[in-house]
Design a binder for this molecule. Structure first.
Ligand code: APR
Length: 248
């Protein structure tokens, strides 16, 4: 793996326009379980029964009880890990401009990254399904499930459920960034959910170098990615940043 760390550091040292696509795997070392694979959330909870917008509309109380409450407990405890901090450092070193994240945990911003597109929304805010009033998640009172707005409407996280559109502005900006970057770092995603999974392909088609960091190969490996650094996000990102700082 060391020569791939060196290769990634050299690629970044010579780059001026770098973007990253991150997934649940980058937050695993912050004790937020992934969705798929070992210990994945979808092994315990059926996403079509609990993470689809129609399921929420049918029975918001059940979705809050089974899925959303647990997400809040986990995200409330989570802090940025070495991978989030490493990407924030890359931004300081002008070797990363924008992060497109599929995660809703806010850990990139907490780590200091300043340009983060929350492709699947954010868990930091709740929205009333009746009057559209916004409420910070940290101010929620979960003694009553589902939590209600003062107008009596049911509150929902500002995350994208299955069956919902990605915010048009996020989709458009992400596609533009993906088509203009020289390097697309792809960290901790199984690349199984579209349209996020197409972002590295847009970069590849536009002539960018696609570098994957993941303990396991994904659908991108060997076809879209130029190379896979097989490892955990925290240690791998830290090693790349350390090597880059020696080079520049
Ligand atoms: N470091 C890096 N990658 C890791 C680590 C780690 N420590 N641990 C696990 N991974 C990898 C796994 O190998 C897997 O490829 O992270 C990936 C996690 O995949 P998913 O759980 O499918 O997460 P993600 O790709 O972000 O899912 C996309 O699916 O359910 C929806 O909305 C949800 O945003 C999510 C989307």
């Amino acid at each position: 793996m060391d020569d791939l760390i060196e290769r990634a550091a050299r690629d970044l040292a010579g780059a001026k326009n770098v973007a990253a696509l991150t997934g649940a795997g980058i937050s695993v070392e912050s004790n937020i379980p992934p969705f798929r694979g070992k210990g994945g959330l979808w092994e315990k909870v059926d996403p079509m029964e609990y993470a689809h917008i129609e399921a929420f509309r049918r029975d918001p109380g059940k979705v809050w009880e089974v899925l959303i409450k647990g997400m809040k407990d986990v995200i409330d405890q989570a802090r940025p890990n070495a991978a989030h901090l490493g990407l924030a450092r890359l931004e300081k070193l002008k070797r990363l401009q924008t992060i497109i994240t599929q995660n809703v945990d806010g850990l990139h911003q907490m780590a200091g990254s300043s340009d983060v597109i929350e492709f699947h929304g954010s868990f930091a805010w709740q929205c009333c399904t009746r009057c559209e009033r916004r409420v910070p998640t940290r101010k929620l009172d979960l003694d009553r499930i589902p939590p209600l707005c003062r107008c009596g409407g049911v509150l929902r996280p500002e995350c994208v459920f299955f069956g919902e559109m990605i915010a048009p502005e996020h989709l458009a900006r992400s596609q533009r960034i993906a088509s203009q970057c020289e390097i697309m770092l792809v960290i901790g995603t199984s690349a199984t959910v579209s349209p996020a999974s197409y972002i590295p392909l847009i970069s590849k088609e536009s002539g960018a170098k696609v570098i994957e960091i993941n303990p396991e190969p994904t659908a991108l490996t060997g076809s879209v990615s130029d190379y896979l650094i097989a490892g955990k996000a925290g240690e791998t990102t830290s090693q790349i940043v350390a090597q880059l700082e020696r080079l520049i």
